[in-house]
Design a protein around this ligand. Structure first.
Ligand code: PMV
Length: 354
């Protein structure tokens, strides 16, 4: 019969860069101008759940995001779908009497439903979890044999940072040299168990959508910021090595210094862009001051901060005790009654798949 449906559901957490990616050398393939390193969050807090389905009764590819149908015409979805279809293999379900050959995948249509359990496009890297989950779920559905790093090449073409969400723990996105992007991929530096004392707390300063998308922000920085090019060439390569070392040795002092400095440099690049881009706001700046003051009052730092393309603070505490102190301080400086923060999201870091 032609009435069957096959479905796969996958769940993927978002990731937060501790050495930032900012700037593309190729906008279509999404190839970066520097390596980056991130930590993947716990899937219970910030993740995307995606169900992909195939059936001969489907008339066209369709996609729903948080229950609302969205146009699949965007180049990025098409790139991901095309790349996955290229790698599809035979699928057979003998019990149901279904056989899909490699060639069939080119003709069959897909339905995709995706949910974020956190605000979309508020600088919480929603596209990172989204495209990683899409590549992973489609890979399973179509019996793609490639490993996570190879899938990361596909997720990257949806959203750069997405390539890092295919692994848990600490992940490096290697910028690569090839023009076709085949070596611009993610590798795992350390799994989620390696440094499981760390606790990540996100202070949601605003859950509103950001004003400048990362795509146009990056383009403007690449075109106008000299600091960006200095950073990519002279600073990030050394920082990547130092960060790898800090992660390997679980050296929190070094990890915190590198993370905070790199976040501040990324936002300095945004200011150096013409016209300047402001992702952080007064509340973000106050959070930085509070943590910096705390750093100076202790022998070594207890918390690291980092901000992506939005005002929300991602705070990484050395351990549970420090996380408890951090929450106490946040509640003291930003009492819920004043409404400076929209909410807190608390989690540790790790990954779950399937
Ligand atoms: O992948 P995009 O287009 O969402 O860009 C992400 C850019 C930053 O979050 C600011 C940095 C990063 O490395 O994730």
């Amino acid at each position: 019969s032609q009435n069957w449906v096959i479905m796969v559901t996958a769940q993927t957490p978002t990731n937060i860069a501790v050495i930032k990616y900012w700037g593309k050398r190729d906008e279509t393939l999404i190839l970066p101008i520097n390596d980056s390193i991130s930590v993947t969050l716990d899937p219970s807090h910030l993740c995307t759940t995606t169900t992909v389905a195939v059936s001969p009764t489907f008339q066209q590819d369709r996609m729903w995001l948080n229950g609302k149908e969205i146009a699949l015409s965007g180049g990025r979805f098409q790139s991901c779908l095309r790349e996955i279809r290229k790698r599809a293999c035979d699928v057979e379900d003998k019990k149901k009497g279904i056989k899909i050959t490699k060639e069939d995948w080119g003709k069959l249509h897909l339905h995709i439903a995706s949910y974020n359990n956190f605000p979309t496009a508020a600088g919480l890297a929603s596209s990172a979890a989204g495209f990683a989950c899409l590549a992973y779920a489609l890979g399973k559905l179509m019996n793609v044999k490639e490993d996570e790093s190879q899938l990361s090449v596909i997720a990257r073409q949806g959203s750069g940072s997405a390539c890092r969400s295919l692994f848990g723990g600490f992940v490096k996105w290697i910028m690569g040299k090839e023009e076709d992007g085949s070596d611009s991929l993610a590798v795992q530096l350390a799994d989620e168990k390696h440094w499981d004392d760390l606790v990540i707390i996100i202070a949601v300063v605003s859950s509103r959508q950001k004003e400048t998308s990362s795509t146009s922000g990056m383009r403007e920085s690449v075109e106008t910021s000299l600091l960006l090019h200095h950073r990519a060439k002279e600073i990030v390569p050394k920082r990547i090595l130092q960060m790898e070392e800090a992660i390997k040795n679980r050296d929190f002092a070094s990890f915190s210094r590198l993370t905070c400095t790199d976040s501040n440099q990324f936002h300095a690049v945004c200011l150096d862009t013409c016209p300047p881009i402001f992702y952080m706001n007064d509340t973000s700046h106050r959070i930085i001051s509070i943590i910096e003051k705390w750093h100076r009052s202790e022998e070594s730092p207890q918390v690291a901060y980092t901000f992506d393309a939005g005002p929300n603070a991602v705070l990484i505490a050395r351990n549970r005790q420090t996380a408890a102190l951090l929450i106490q301080r946040l509640l003291y400086y930003f009492p819920p009654t004043l409404g400076d923060l929209d909410s807190y999201i608390i989690g540790d870091k790790s990954i779950a798949k399937d």
